[in-house]
Design a protein around this ligand. Sequence first.
Ligand code: ATP
Ligand code: MG
Length: 440
Amino acid sequence: MRLSRYFLPTLRETPKEAEIVSHRLALRAGLIRQESAGIYAWLPLGLRVLNRICAIIREEQNRSGAIELLMPTIQSADLWRESGRYDAYGKEMLRITDRAEREMLFGPTNEEMITEIFRAYVRSYKALPLNLYHLQWKFRDEIRPRFGTMRSREFLMKDAYSFDLDQEGARHAYNRMFVAYLRTFERLGLKSIPMRADTGPIGGDLSHEFIILASTGESQVFCHRDYLDFHVPGPDTDFDSRADLEGIVKKWTSLYAATEEMHDQAAFDALPEGSRVSARGIEVGHIFYFGTKYSEPMKAYVTGPDGKEVPVHMGSYGIGPTRLVPAIIEASHDEAGIIWPDAVAPFDAAILNLKPGDGATDRVSAEIEAALGARGLSALIDDTDERPGAKFATADLIGLPWQVIVGPKGLGEGKVELKRRATGERVLVSPDEAVERIAS
Ligand code: ATP
Ligand code: MG
């Protein structure tokens, strides 16, 4: 992609409305634009990151056995009256009336709708276990939308819903998502820690928030330091093995980890001094077993092997991709800008053509892009008329993992400069060698 033909509205000035670094950098790097309070447009570069995050989420959901569908954003009020949540939800719900005066709403979540879909088709335990998920926009009229897309009113969510015959089955469904979440956040370049979360009136210990430690996080969290070095299960994990998953979840819940609401100061104080981490955190995911809370009032029953009808056991599992973009920036940036982890970078490399219009720099820039393309990697060529200093600044700001600097002087000796954004390390290599290194 050539920058001269792309749409990358970067900002020189630091926007004053942005309080935290991820919000500032997301605006300056041209990832997002606010359209109303808490409502954002995703500009091309931001959208590429968001799409890569969603792709990783999908891969890990699918690996764990969940199945993707897509439910609408607009829902009927009547559906929510069945569960009793239409009145209970309060002002966070955006309520809409259509031309026929029917009460509708912009979905803040989808438990009711997925339960309606389930009960329309499933009657027998033989169809279980089942886990259905989608990636869809939600709207919650948050009192205090802030920090850009970290807490917005319109946001993207991956929400999955599991259905099982009994609590034991539901536990396995929960464990599948627990492990899928560990893997997902690791692949996004983040260290996530599952922390016990409040389950409300249902009780039990089956709710965890997945937290990324960050000084700008909205939650106060407490955990054992060893979590930071725990090994995340690999792609060969057998999601059908109840024992294997139980073992992983046991390990990942064996040490102290809690958000403020669930914090037990005495238990925390009992940890060795050096193991106590008290920090701020960002909630990037939340998993929840809620049993028959919706299936009972909404009459989603299945017949068990004994011929008896029982309400299906459910859980729900959310991840916020539009919150993950700023969470990743919070975790990975420096003075000069964003440092994208390889897995989510909007392009794999920036090619800085220091003399556009020069036959040699134009040709080599295009050749490097083509060679990267042949290996499934993408590049953004800065072929604008900006001065080299401005190009370096833009490249550091937008944070692509590699920079290939193509100038007439270096090319005279058959070399380009390759810079790794994360470390600042630079080497002079041939164009082929640069491609090799980026691809390896
Ligand atoms: P919070 O406590 O941050 O308001 P929540 O408990 O309301 O979150 P859930 O209903 O569990 O969130 O939603 C699942 C996921 O959706 C969250 O873990 C988060 O990643 C994301 N999410 C929730 N609310 C927002 C929001 N206002 N803006 C962006 N992402 C959000
Ligand atoms: Mg909330």
